[in-house]
Design a protein around this ligand. Structure first.
Ligand SMILES: [Zn+2]
Length: 212
């Protein structure tokens, strides 16, 4: 199934076209199951407006978990350059949207990623793609943080990696203890960021986050 959505109907000469592809067999099967779930939680008289919903959920679920289809290590190794730069490379405020693996409810926020190269750098957009690829899976924030760190450490072998994630968890906000404004901060370091307080503090100062 291929849906061409350029926001202007199907104008042929549009400069930019976004193509969404879904696995049709999966969409149908997930939709079937969601239809059953809906029939269990919504009384029949309220089901009227929901006829298209199972297919929509099936597609959105595939989008929200598309990180399983990509290998973050491959994304980084596809773009490694030899470079003598040995200062901190920092990509901050990377938008992050994920879903907790306990409730499949969103958590979202920002990731800040830094590394100090030891002969090799990668494209800056690749760092954001690594964050995106891991985030678009079912996750817990703690493991998401260490996986991003480990992926960069393993592929670029830098002098150190630092990752901080700040996120709000809808499963805490909407249900459970309903703590509306709580932000969870997690961090993971390797190498010089772990060993040298000064380097770690410089990173923390640059991202402007208070760590415990
Ligand atoms: Zn949760």
């Amino acid at each position: 199934m291929e849906v061409i959505n350029n926001g202007y109907g199907s104008k042929k000469d549009a400069g930019y076209t976004r193509i969404e592809k879904y696995n049709e067999t999966k969409v149908n099967r997930i939709a079937e199951l969601y239809k059953e779930i809906l029939s269990l939680i919504v009384e029949e008289k309220y089901l009227d407006g929901l006829s298209e919903t199972p297919e929509r959920i099936a597609k959105s679920m595939q989008f929200l978990t598309h990180g399983y289809n990509f290998d973050p290590e491959e994304i980084l190794t596809s773009s490694v350059f030899k470079e003598e730069y040995k200062q901190m490379v920092l990509v901050k405020d990377i938008e992050l949207y994920s879903m907790c693996e306990h409730h499949m409810i969103p958590f979202f926020g920002k990731a800040h990623v830094a590394y100090i190269p030891d002969g090799y750098i990668t494209g800056l957009s690749k760092i954001a793609r690594v964050v995106e690829t891991y985030a678009r899976r079912l996750h817990v924030q703690e493991r998401l943080t260490t996986q991003i760190r480990d992926c960069i450490q393993k592929t670029l072998k830098p002098l150190g990696v630092a990752v901080v994630i700040e996120a709000k968890h809808m499963c805490m906000i909407m249900r459970g203890i309903q703590k509306q404004n709580s932000v969870t901060t997690t961090s993971a370091f390797t190498g010089v960021f772990m060993r040298e307080t000064k380097t770690r503090e410089e990173f923390i100062h640059l991202i402007g986050v208070k760590l415990m």
